[in-house]
Design a protein around this ligand. Structure first.
Ligand code: KIV
Length: 256
């Protein structure tokens, strides 16, 4: 089985190959994504909303991340397995390294944290500890409460300059890839041309080196909210409801 490494994702950018990444939080999803050839599986802290029923990602704990990372790692995917450092788990370089090591011990092969220059000491420390690091700039879901919502980034000259500087700093500090979330397509294209590591966009237009989605949004297993930029490829939520109703009616003797 081919095992994907961070260096392979970097090579994909150099060769002009696009990267299709998805989230998984459990064993069967990780196996299915892997069998479908996804090279990068992220145990995102989006699990807070789509599997744990929290209103946002800020309530997700290290213990919850470890639990879901372990489930995904049990699938032994050929894909690279990344995991999010949850809210407030990387406020100092020491905490960032200690919590990254916990995720690695749980089975992650890379970690991701939100922010650019403001967390650069933490990123340097994680990379110096020998842990593969994925950056995340643009709209930062862990800052949703301070920002009062999920807003598109890069609309003003000041935001554009900040995003470019953040992405350049992350690449220079050793990030192997950078997620661009809700960045204007023009700025996402500029960042993609600027940095040598792959950019992986989510709601950031078509010109990133790869795309990532929350799997539940793609397959319709969290049908109560779908981000505007997602085109679901399956309506599994409806199919589950229909299958369950059908079976219930069989049990209740209303169907043969
Ligand atoms: O938490 C998450 O799932 C993420 C991705 C969607 C980028 O950060």
């Amino acid at each position: 089985m081919l095992k994907i490494t961070p260096e392979m994702l970097r090579r994909m950018k150099r060769r002009g190959e696009r990267i299709a990444a998805l989230t998984a939080y459990d064993y069967p999803t990780a196996r299915l994504l892997d069998e479908a050839g996804i090279p990068f599986i992220l145990v995102g802290d989006s699990l807070g909303m789509v599997t744990l029923g929290y209103p946002d990602t800020t309530l997700v704990t290290m213990e919850e991340m470890e639990h879901h990372v372990r489930a995904v790692a049990r699938a032994k995917p050929g894909a690279l397995v990344g995991a999010d450092l949850p809210y407030r788990s990387y406020e100092t370089a020491e905490a960032a390294v200690a919590n990254s090591q916990r995720l690695i011990r749980a089975g992650a092969e890379a970690v991701k944290a939100e922010g650019g220059r403001v967390i650069i000491e933490q990123v340097r420390a994680i990379v110096a500890a020998g842990i593969a690091f994925c950056g995340h700039v643009g709209m930062l879901p862990q800052s949703v409460r301070e920002e009062g919502g999920y807003h598109i980034k890069g609309k003003s000259e000041r935001e554009r300059d900040g995003l470019l500087a953040d992405a350049a700093a992350l690449a220079e500090a050793g990030a192997f890839a950078i997620v661009l979330e809700l960045v204007t397509p023009a700025v996402a294209r500029e960042i993609t041309n600027l940095v040598s590591v792959p950019t992986i966009g989510i709601g950031s237009g078509p010109d990133c080196d790869g795309q990532i989605l929350v799997s539940n949004d793609l397959i319709g297993t969290f049908p109560w909210f779908t981000p505007r930029f997602v085109k679901p490829h399956l309506n599994a939520g409806e199919q589950i409801r229909a299958a369950v109703q059908h079976w219930r009616q069989e049990v209740e003797g209303k169907k043969q």
